[in-house]
Structure formats: C-alpha cells, structure tokens
Ligand binder design. Structure first.
Ligand code: OSB
Ligand code: MG
Length: 367
C-alpha cells in the first residue's frame, strides 16, 4: 500500500472539567490529528503529546516539529506492507515516541480499512467489550472528590484512580477509603515522590490500594525496585515505560507489579502489542491508560485493550467524561462498567471531518 498524502492538523478541545495532577492542571487540550491517504482510503490517529513537557519531554510543539520536518516528508510515496513499516524513514529519529506513534497508529487504521477488518481484529483482539475505569484529577476537598467518585460509580465504572501529590495523599485516600470500603481504588502520583518518601508511602499500605502508579521520577526503575520491596501496595509504571526495552529492565529489576500501557507513549501499537505479550509471559499485569484523548485516540486505545491480557479496567472513559461533544460518532459510552469495541473497519467510528476542519488552527500537508 502506497501512502500518497499526509495531512497533519491541530485542533483545540476544551475539557468538560479541568484535570489537575501533581504536574499541573489541564483545561484545554491541543490535539494533533493525522490523516494518511492510500488506495482511496484514510487512516486516522491523534498525537497524545501534551501542551507542556510535564509528563515526558514531548510536547505538542516538539511533535509538530518532528512530524513535519523529520517524519512525514519521508512517509509520502512510501510503500508499506505492515503498519510499522511507516516508521522506516524515521529510524534515524531518536526518541519522540509520541510523534512516531501518531504515524504508526494512523497506518494501523489505514491497514485495517484496506483489509476490511476492525483495528481490534487486525491487532488480534479477543474482547468484544472491555472493562473500564475513570481517572479523577485533584480537587480541593475530599468531600467533593468523594461525590465525584460516587457519581462515576453510579455510571458503572469498575474502579477509580485518583491523582495524588505531596500533601494531597494519605488524608485524601484515607477519607475515600472510609466512605467507600469496597471500592477498587488506585492512586497515580505522576512522579511526585522520591525514594526518601518510602515511610510516607508505607502509610498507604492499610488502605488496600490496588496499585500506586508512577510514584517516583520517570525512568527511576532502580529506585522503584527498592521502593517496591518496602511497600505493600503494588507499584504500577506509566511514564517510566517508553519501550519494550524498558519493560525488560523493569522485569529484571522487579521495579513494578503492574504496567499502564499507552500506545502513544511507547511509539505505537506494534510496540504495545509486543509489550502486552512480554508482560503476559512474565505474569505481570497490564492495563490500557489514557492521555485525555479525543474519540480518535480512544478508539485506538479500545482496540488495543481488546487484546486478551488487558484484564484490568483501563483509563478509557466515556466521551462525555472528557468533552461536551466528541469528534467521533457514535460517542463512546460505558454500559455495565464496560465499553463496546467497535466492529466496523479500522477504528470503527465515524470521524466528524467537517468539525475537525472547522476547528483546525494549523495544517501541514504532504503529497
Ligand atoms: O498519568 O495516566 C496519567 C492524563 C494525561 C496524562 C497522564 C495521565 C492522564 C490520566 C487520565 O490519568 C487518563 C484518561 O482518562 O485519559
Ligand atoms: Mg499515570
């Protein structure tokens, strides 16, 4: 399949509610949307890079730069047999997995459409629906957070992940546990702590958290292994896992018991599937994370989460948890704590191309 054209756009989308983590607050997202054209078909994907370098080093600006100068010019005219082949011209680009994943994931959608199958099927997915949870940002009071948790439980979410930070941890989680004794409760620190905080993190042990996500600095795999030996709560890694190679190191060191896998963070779906397979062999749990995506990125995440190893509920919430109005239809919904995996060709949802065009603030076209 020869790629004949690539169009990169940037659109702004305002979150339904501001999202506060230990690294800052997000109210508006700037989303890069890529369309690859081949054989009269289109493949779509979005870039998960955030506005500022407070998650990894990548940003909307760095991704725009890398995609428009170093990746997309080599993609047009390229003949690909498998989706990952689209990254061959980018083999000398170091790092920037979020930028690369954008192209690789659009190539997966395109390939699935060309073969007349769903993205889930092309990936080897086995689930027709996947269990889902919700990730809640920090709010000023435990009461407000508890009410938000209650609202999401009513909507059927299987578990709740809450953001924590220094000074916003033991009290908040204790308050939640008192109000919800049986809640499947996870906490995400987004690198708020250091190994010196091990005594504080030990105080969380009696709260029966199912995991604590990314407690230490991104890439601190050795310190995570040391921390995991000192706390009972399972450590889950997010930012620290950028590739299969990182997974190998984490397994060797025993840095974590769980991995939050995000295709945008690890350079795409091919690498994601390899990580899923490796973690399955190692008996380490995996679940699909999110990056406040629009419906396009959510559809990709959902297809990945349909692989057999994704037994834990993902950060794959309903469209309305993020946006007043999504850019795909039908919008994603949670029914009975699960989200249905689309069965149509490719990502399987209709993309509102007119609305995307109307929202676009900049475009780069190749071919
Ligand atoms: O750390 O998992 C994270 C959102 C943006 C960046 C990082 C993270 C998150 C979330 C929300 O936790 C996940 C989602 O619902 O998309
Ligand atoms: Mg996280």
């Amino acid at each position: 399949m020869r790629i004949v054209r690539a169009v990169l756009r940037e659109i702004p989308l305002t979150l339904a509610t501001p999202f506060r983590t230990s690294a800052g607050v997000v109210t508006d997202r700037r989303i890069l949307i890529l369309t690859l054209h081949a054989e009269g078909l289109e493949g779509w994907a979005e870039c998960v890079a955030p506005g500022s370098p407070n998650y990894t080093y990548e940003t909307v600006e760095s991704a725009w730069e890398v995609l428009t100068t170093a990746v997309l010019p080599g993609v047009v005219g390229l003949d690909i047999a498998e989706p990952v082949d689209v990254l061959t011209p980018a083999s000398v680009v170091r790092g920037h997995p979020m930028a690369k994943a954008t192209v690789e994931m659009a190539a997966w959608d395109l390939t699935a459409r060309a073969r007349g199958v769903s993205l889930s099927e092309l990936l080897g997915g086995t689930r027709r629906s996947v269990p889902v949870g919700v990730s809640l940002g920090m709010v000023p009071t435990v009461e407000e957070l508890a009410d938000t948790v209650a609202g999401h439980l009513e909507q059927g979410y299987r578990r709740v992940k809450v953001k924590i930070a220094r000074g916003h941890d033991v009290d908040v989680l204790t308050g939640l546990r008192e109000r919800f004794p049986d809640l499947a409760l996870w906490a995400d620190a987004n690198s708020a702590y250091s190994l010196a905080d091990a005594p504080l993190l030990q105080e969380l042990d009696p709260l029966r958290l199912e995991m604590i996500e990314e407690p230490l600095a991104p890439g601190a795999l050795l310190d995570c292994a040391r921390l995991q030996k000192r706390i009972g709560t399972p450590v889950c890694l997010d930012e620290s896992i950028g590739s299969l190679s990182d997974v190998e190191i984490a397994l060797e060191l025993e840095s974590c018991r769980v991995v939050n896998l995000k295709p945008g963070r690890v350079g795409g779906l091919t690498e994601s599937r390899a990580i899923h397979d490796r973690l399955g062999d190692a008996g380490v749990q995996v679940w699909c994370g999110g990056m406040l995506e629009s419906g396009i990125g959510r559809a990709h995440n959902l297809a990945l989460a349909s692989l057999p190893g994704f037994a834990l509920p993902g950060d794959i919430s309903a469209s309305r948890r993020y946006w007043a109005r999504d850019i795909v239809s039908p919008e994603f919904e949670v029914v009975g704590g699960e989200m249905e995996v689309p069965t149509g060709p490719g990502i399987g949802v209709e993309i509102d191309a007119d609305r995307i065009e109307a929202l676009t603030v900049r475009t780069a076209t190749f071919g």
